[in-house]
Ligand binder design. Structure first.
Ligand SMILES: Cc1cc2nc3c(=O)[nH]c(=O)nc-3n(C[C@H](O)[C@H](O)[C@H](O)COP(=O)(O)O)c2cc1C
Length: 208
C-alpha cells in the first residue's frame, strides 16, 4: 500500500480506515481451552470477544468439543489452560501434542491461568513460568507467546473436600478463607489487551 504524507486529522483518519479495511478482514482465529472450574472458560470467552471487536472471526472451543478441530484452518491459534496441582489439564496437552506441527506454523499464544500468577513475588512468578515451560517441553510445542494470567479462588464452585483443602492452603499462604464468596484476581483489562495483541498477530499473517 502506498504511503500518504501525514497532513492533519483527515489524513490520519484515512490511514486508520485503510488499516481496518486491510488488516483484520478475513482473519480466522481459534481459541481452545481447558477449564476445571470455569474460570479459564470465562477468560477464553473474554479474549474471543476482544478479538471479535477487532473484526476477527473467532472459533471458541472447549477442548472437549475440539476433537475434530485442526489448526491448519486458522490464521492464529490461542490455547488456554489452568493449573491444578502444578499441572495443566491433560486433555489440552494431548490436543496440542497431536497438532504440534500445525501450531508451529502459525502465530500462537498459550495462556496459563493460576493463583501463582496472582502472587506478587519472584518465587511465585518462577513457579508459574516453570509449569508453562514444562507444558511446552512435554507437548513439544513452542508457542509464539506465553502468558501467565492470575486466576480465581472459586470456593463456591468446589466440592466439600476441595473447598476444605483450598481453605487450608490459602490460610497457609495468607489468602482469604471465607468460603462464602469467590476471589477473582484476574486483570480483565489485561485480558482485553491480550485479545487485541492476538488480533494484531493475525493481521500480520493475513497481510503477509
Ligand atoms: C485443587 C486445586 C489445585 C490448584 N493447584 C494450583 C497450583 O498448583 N498452582 C497454582 O498456581 N494454582 C493452583 N490452583 C488455582 C487455579 O489454577 C485457579 O483457581 C484457576 O483460576 C482455576 O481455573 P479453572 O476454573 O479454569 O480451572 C488450584 C486450584 C484448585 C481448586
Amino acid at each position: 500500500m502506498a504511503r500518504r504524507p501525514m497532513t492533519g486529522w483527515l489524513s490520519v483518519m484515512t490511514a486508520l480506515a485503510d488499516v481496518s479495511d486491510h488488516v483484520f478482514k478475513d482473519a480466522d482465529a481459534l481459541v481452545v481451552y481447558a477449564s476445571t472450574h470455569g474460570h479459564t472458560a470465562k477468560i477464553a470467552d473474554r479474549i474471543a470477544q476482544s478479538m471479535r471487536a477487532q473484526g476477527l472471526e473467532v472459533d471458541l472451543r472447549d477442548v472437549a468439543s475440539a476433537v475434530d478441530v485442526q489448526p491448519e484452518r486458522y490464521d492464529v491459534v490461542v490455547v488456554g489452560a489452568s493449573l491444578h496441582k502444578e499441572r495443566h489439564q491433560q486433555a489440552i496437552a494431548d490436543w496440542v501434542g497431536t497438532r504440534r506441527e500445525a501450531l508451529e506454523q502459525r502465530p500462537s499464544l498459550f495462556f496459563s491461568v493460576s493463583l501463582s500468577a496472582a502472587e506478587d513475588s519472584d518465587e511465585a512468578r518462577a513457579a508459574a513460568q516453570h509449569c508453562i515451560d514444562r507444558f511446552c517441553a512435554e507437548t513439544g510445542w513452542t508457542p509464539g507467546r506465553t502468558e501467565p494470567i492470575a486466576g480465581c479462588l472459586q470456593y463456591r464452585e468446589y466440592d466439600v473436600f476441595t473447598r476444605q483443602l483450598m481453605r487450608l492452603l490459602m490460610r497457609k499462604m495468607g489468602h482469604p478463607t471465607d468460603a462464602s464468596q469467590d476471589y477473582d484476581y484476574t486483570d480483565w483489562d489485561g485480558v482485553d489487551q491480550l485479545g487485541r495483541d492476538v488480533a494484531v498477530l493475525a493481521a500480520a499473517t493475513v497481510t503477509a
